[in-house]
Structures are given as structure tokens and as C-alpha cells.
Design a protein around this ligand. Sequence first.
Ligand code: PLP
Length: 338
Amino acid sequence: MYRSELTVDLAALRRNVATLLRALAGSELWAVVKANAYGHGAADVAGAALGAGATALCVATVPEALALRREFPTARIVVMGPAGSREVALARDARLELVVSGDEVPAGVRVHLKLDTGMGRWGLSELTAPSVEVVGLMSHLATADSDAGYAEWQIERFRSATAPYSHLTRHIANSAGALRYATARFDAARCGIAMYGLSPFGTDPAEDGLEPVLSWTSHLAQVKLLPTGHSTGYGRRYVAEQDTWIGIVPVGYADGFRRDLTGTQVRVGGELRRVVGTISMDAFAVELDRELPVGTPVVLVGRGVLAEEHARVAGTITYELATGINSDPARARRVVVS
Ligand SMILES: *Cc1c(COP(=O)(O)O)cnc(C)c1O
């Protein structure tokens, strides 16, 4: 039996793409599949997203793009992170598009100039007349999920700075921008997290009509009665106040079930149960209300167990949880349903 199983539901992904396309009302959707599609599998997600109407793929690095190029010979692929000089030659040969955040525009490769309109990270502070290589102008929102005033100010700065070049493809929106700001649509939106059915706002994704694409399941590998005063796990952080049934799930932080998820809830045989004690590298414990058989299914993510809720408990965001899940076949079985 596998320790855990990761299921990627490409039908849900296609429905999320359709939801985003409706929100974008005519602007293009570019599928952000960096970091192995936020842990969901870059090639599977890219194929499904393109099939559902996305018109380009966005990644962070040239090697990520080259791997996709082998699978998708004709797709438009945009590398959003910086490329070194040796990578520029590879990008040219592979017909990739690069994002340029400095003054030097490489020759012979299609580029998008990135303006820093207030993210304070990559990007040009000022835009001068773009050269022939430039096909797009872009920027990135710092607060589309939190501070509307600042986001609108960034969008306006982008609009006025790029107005003279409206013949180029202009794009600024991420998922939160695409879902919340009609003014951020321009020609295309670069959407990642929402495509995966995770909320960019940390709320229930259903509120935005999104469905989680990934589910993660395991089982009780051992069930035992912890007598009063006995503990489970490193550091004795959980001590039974009364005789308590606990189940051991063979998933730990090396699988991406983070150490700071103590206290979150998972679904054990259909009921929500609390994760107790210190999460170890390969296992964690859940508190049960009665003895349950070994093999009882445990849902870690999916079927009503929201990654957003885990993120809240761990004090992080779903982006970090999703990209941290380990889909190495030595640890988990990965299943793709279409
Ligand atoms: C990762 C990334 C995105 C996607 O953001 P989401 O919030 O996942 O939609 C868009 N643009 C850039 C530049 C990015 O790095």
C-alpha cells in the first residue's frame, strides 16, 4: 500500500480555467505553471490549460521552459524570471519569450519588458521606447489580494506608462487581479493559484467559483489506545488527559505535511479529526473518538479539507503548502484523472 496518494483532477482544472476566462471577459489567460505547476505537475497542467483555452504558459526559469518546450513544440512559453547570458541563447533556439527587467535587451529573442510599478522587486523604473524584440509590457501587483487602493494605483501607473505602446501585449494581473479588478485585465492575465482551485485571498475557493484540483489522501497505518498521561510524538507535546484512541498516518514533513500543521484538521473515515503532537518526518498522529480499523481512509487535502485552512494554521499561504508537497514516487503515488 502507498503511504499516500496525490490525485490531480484535470477536469476541475479545466473548469477553473473556464471560470477565469469568464472573469477575464475577452482578455487572454496565460497559465502560470512554474514550480512544477505549484506542485500539480507542469506537463499535465499545461496540456489541460491549453486545451481549455489558455493561450500561453508562464514559468520562472529557462530550464522549466525547456522541459515544457519538449512536450509542447508550438506553445507560447514566457520565462518570467531572469535569464543568464548562456540561457538567452538556449531561449532563442527554443523560441521562448523572456522577461527583461534591466536596460539590456537581448537580440533575436522575443521579450516582455517588466516595469516596476510598485512591487519593489524586478523591473524597470522607467520605460523608454521599446526595441523591435519587445512584444509585451508587463508589471506585477504587490497587493491584489490585500490592499485595493495600492493595487489600483499600480494599475493606473501601468496604464499611463504603457499607453503610448498599446500595440504591444500588456499584462499585469495575477489570479487575484483577474478575479477582482476589471481594470487590470489589459490584453492578458497571468494566472496560477486560481487555476489550481486555491484561493488567492486565503478564503474558501468556492466563493470565487473555484474547485481544488489536488487532493491528498492516506490512511491510518496504526491505531492505539493512549492511556492517561501517555504521550505521542517527539517532545511529548501531546499528552493524553484521558484514555484516548489515536491513529498514526504515514505522512510527515518530508512529504510536505509541514511541522507547523499541528492542530489542523483532516478527515478520518469521513469525520474531521485534529492533528496532535509533533509532526515527524514520516508520520503524524490524529486524535480519534473511538477505535477505528487500520486502513481507514484519511483525507489530508480535498473533499472539504481546505488547503486554505491548513495555511491559516501554519501561518502561511496555500502557494507554499502546494509547492511543498512531495510527489516523488518513492514517497507517494500520483494519479492524474482527466
Ligand atoms: C507567480 C506569478 C504569477 C501568478 O500569480 P498567482 O497569484 O499564482 O496567480 C503572475 N505573475 C508573475 C510575475 C509571477 O511570478
